[in-house]
Design a protein. Structure first.
Length: 207
């Protein structure tokens, strides 16, 4: 069983993929495909437990594709015309990966605490943190940093910065998740903010 995309989601994935390939290069495309693979693994991991908790997401719509792929694609387009290079793009991918790992793996362990009042909340609550989710977030962003070392030839120090940027984006996502729980914004908007933060940190490094 695999995670399924609806037809608009598949179409949007194709559009983003083509833009990234032609305005970036083959390795840009490989990196976002690696994100999709890691996301699939994180989603499938512990899916029986997630089903029991009622938080397993098998089907994904175009909104999921848009919220995770829009900012990286825009960064590639702008970078093509402004000569940014790959770092802001890599950092935006690290951010969405960190968020995906935190949300998909963090629900499987630890005791989530909401940033709103620091009270215990059920797993899967937006705006909450746990030890498992925090470590998973860091692992996700670090994985992108390591992958970028092989794909783009960045050094260890830059890979650490990528991990930091991704983790920071994931934490900002959690902060905005507090507002999401109150009815301001959606998971999609917090994902977009997450990837923007990652990209901005990457952009500050190169400017």
């Amino acid at each position: 069983m695999v995670v399924m995309l609806d037809k608009p989601g598949l179409a949007l994935t194709l559009i983003f993929g083509l833009a990234i390939f032609f305005l970036g290069d083959f390795f840009y495309l490989v990196l976002i495909l690696a994100f999709l693979l890691l996301s699939l693994v994180a989603t499938k991991y512990g899916h029986y437990e997630k089903k029991e908790m009622g938080i397993y997401e098998h089907d994904r719509s175009w909104e999921n594709v848009l919220s995770n792929g829009l900012v990286p694609t825009v960064v590639v387009v702008l970078g093509y015309f402004l000569g940014w290079g790959p770092i802001p793009y890599i950092c935006s991918i690290a951010a969405v990966t960190a968020d995906k790992f935190a949300s998909e793996l963090g629900v499987l362990g630890g005791d989530p605490v909401s940033l709103d009042g620091l009270k215990r909340v059920p797993p899967g609550t937006s705006g909450a943190v746990s030890s498992t989710g925090t470590l998973s977030s860091l692992a996700g962003s670090a994985a992108v940093g390591i992958a970028a070392m092989f794909l783009f030839g960045i050094g260890p120090n830059m890979a650490l910065l990528v991990a930091f940027a991704g983790f920071s984006g994931g934490m900002v996502d959690t902060v905005f998740g507090v507002f999401e729980e109150k009815g301001f914004g959606t998971k999609g908007t917090t994902n977009i903010i997450c990837s923007i933060v990652g990209a901005l940190i990457g952009l500050m490094v190169i400017l």
